[in-house]
Design a protein around this ligand. Structure first.
Ligand code: SF4
Ligand code: SF4
Length: 373
């Protein structure tokens, strides 16, 4: 099966008003071309961004889509879940304040997993790693959600887009925990300055910081849940997820984290008719979860829309590769996602011109209108 991915190019200089108009037009084209029946209420799955992160997408990027829904008399809200680790998005109360401080005030907010992850539902999927998977319970009240994703790098999954937003973003804490189990970072003592910043982010009390002399810094792997927060926060790159052995597993066949991530996405999509809109802009090396300033690793590409989370991620990934930026773990992610029926790695990229005019089949990163990996 070949899925259609609609695409409008943008640059760093595209005015925000045009980005809003383009995203609304992309959504409308997808709805019309694929004869999608929009529901009376269609939530927007978003990411509110961690404080100090400067590359997350603010609500201004979504105003075109919000206005589009309003103009069609469709109710909406922002939906999100809280994260596994410490910081300002760990529980609903803090997360709400973060959302508000980042300007997400246009719609009501629903935290799908309750106050701190306790409101979950088990979705039966019967896959290799998970028989059931815990998603935020409130998601199950909607059979159509617009999944708004930011395409960029990610410390664990190689890149983050629609699949990661579906998986990690819809998972309740128990689901996130199940995905991360087995990822255990290490502290490189020659790089650790004993600044203790990592301690602020570890909710598991797993980090032990030495004195820089006799006493070494180390991580208690019996307590560590592998959330990756200490890796992201360490300003001296002293915490590494990878030993030589684990790196081989990460890039090689049988990467369990990537497969678990894909299975989580399968659970979030199962029986639903979600719509995916991905913004490949401010393409940072790391996730919007990381509370640090990052510089984009490549120029903005554009906005993508599809009903297929695999096709849309592959289109973003291929275009980035064609422009010289290869994000890790792509082939493994796409082949496993297709194997378990999450979507199709074969897609046709249809370019919707930014200033109106006729749509055309765009050349993909692999030089063909329809690409099969
Ligand atoms: S943040 Fe990094 S450098 Fe600072 S104490 Fe933790 S591991 Fe060491
Ligand atoms: S030590 Fe483990 S649980 Fe604590 S922040 Fe690091 S990865 Fe997360």
């Amino acid at each position: 099966m070949t899925s259609t991915v609609y695409f409008t190019p943008v640059t760093e200089h595209t005015p925000m008003s045009e980005i809003q108009a383009m995203s609304a037009r992309l959504l409308d084209t997808l709805v019309q071309d694929e004869q999608i029946q929009l529901r009376p209420t269609v939530p927007l799955k978003v990411h509110f961004g961690e404080p100090k992160n400067v590359t997350f997408l603010g609500p201004e990027h979504y105003l075109g889509i919000i206005d589009y829904l309003k103009s069609h008399s469709i109710d909406s809200c922002f939906m999100e879940t809280s994260v596994l680790y410490g910081g300002q998005r760990y529980k609903k109360e803090l997360h709400e304040k973060t959302a508000e401080s980042h300007g997400f005030t246009q719609l009501p907010i629903i935290f799908a997993d309750g106050e701190a992850g306790e409101a979950y539902a088990e979705v039966e999927i019967n896959k290799k790693h998970f028989k059931t998977f815990k998603v935020g319970r409130a998601f199950l009240g909607y059979d159509q959600i617009i999944v708004l994703s930011h395409f960029k790098g990610h410390i664990l999954s190689g890149f983050g887009g629609a699949i990661k937003q579906l998986s990690m973003g819809f998972a309740a804490k128990g689901g996130k925990l199940a995905m991360h189990m087995g990822v255990k970072p290490h502290i490189k003592n020659r790089k650790c300055t004993q600044c203790r910043k990592c301690l602020e982010r570890c909710a598991e009390d797993a980090l032990h910081i030495g004195d820089g002399k006799k006493e070494k810094s180390w991580i208690d792997h019996d307590k560590c849940v592998g959330c990756g927060a200490c890796v992201a926060i360490c300003p001296h790159k002293a915490v590494s997820l990878f030993t030589v052995k684990s790196l081989a597993r990460f890039i090689g066949i049988g990467n369990p984290f990537v497969e678990k991530l894909v299975e989580g996405a399968y659970a979030a999509q199962k029986g639903k008719q979600h719509i995916y809109v991905s913004f490949a802009m401010r393409i940072a090396p790391g996730c919007d979860c990381e509370g640090r300033k990052m510089k984009p690793v490549m120029k903005d590409m554009g906005i993508f829309a599809s009903t297929d989370p695999v096709a849309i991620d592959k289109a973003c990934h291929d275009m980035a590769a064609a422009r010289g930026k290869k994000f890790k773990a792509g082939p493994k992610t796409f082949s496993y996602a297709e194997a378990i029926g999450l979507g199709s790695g074969s897609y046709a990229l249809v370019e919707i011109p930014s200033q109106g005019g006729d749509a055309s089949i765009a050349m993909s990163g692999q030089g063909a209108a329809s690409v099969k990996f």
